[in-house]
Write a protein that binds this ligand. Sequence first.
Ligand SMILES: [Zn+2]
Length: 254
Amino acid sequence: MRIKFLGTGAAEGIPAINCDCAHCTRARNEGGKLVRERNTILFSLPGYELLIECPPEIRGLINKHQITKLDGILVTRSRYDHIGGIKEFEYWPGGLDFLADERLFETIKREHWTETLNAIMFHIPYYSGASLYFSGFSIIPFAARRQQPIFGISVKEGDTRVIYTSDTPARMTNYARRVMWQCDLLIVNAPTFDKVYENHITAIEAIELKERVEAKQMVLTYIGHENKPHDELENFVSHLPGVTVAYDGMVIEV
Ligand SMILES: [Zn+2]
């Protein structure tokens, strides 16, 4: 499958609004891979183009990458950086599937939904641990965090398995780790390098996770301004086999 990282920034994006930290200042002055729009990933699956997450920048990203075909949008949580761009789809020509857990969809409807979206979107509920079957591939969502409805997903096409963790802490269920076991590609949201926040895994912890679940490859994305700038992070992972740092526009085939 083909995976395109349209945006690779954490919740604040880089440069963050009115932030004068060294990372944001460099991004503002030098541009290129230092700039990160908020996280969104396009999976090209057999007969189905699936957008994962819908950040506020989605209109600009769809235009920039000339995306003319989409079949579904899957969201993993209800925070602004994951769903804030959904109203842009009021102007999407044609219908789209909207894949979200029931409880998650209730929150999204309350905070981000419109009447017009009802005419565009078909809500397809997904359930943690239950495989969502499509011809040619399947998706298994899993709880990425306790309490709150936040989901990682496992996408399986033939014998190839790709895991996207979404916003997971380092402490996760044994079930989630077993879903990840020996996957072909592990995509991890790692906003910080080694600074620990309760609800997010760090880049260092993600590298340990890759080893623990014996993932063949890992891509770090959802990089925040508290993490290292792209070139420094890339330099850090360069001696680690199978670890890549995503940048906006990066395409990977698995
Ligand atoms: Zn900053």
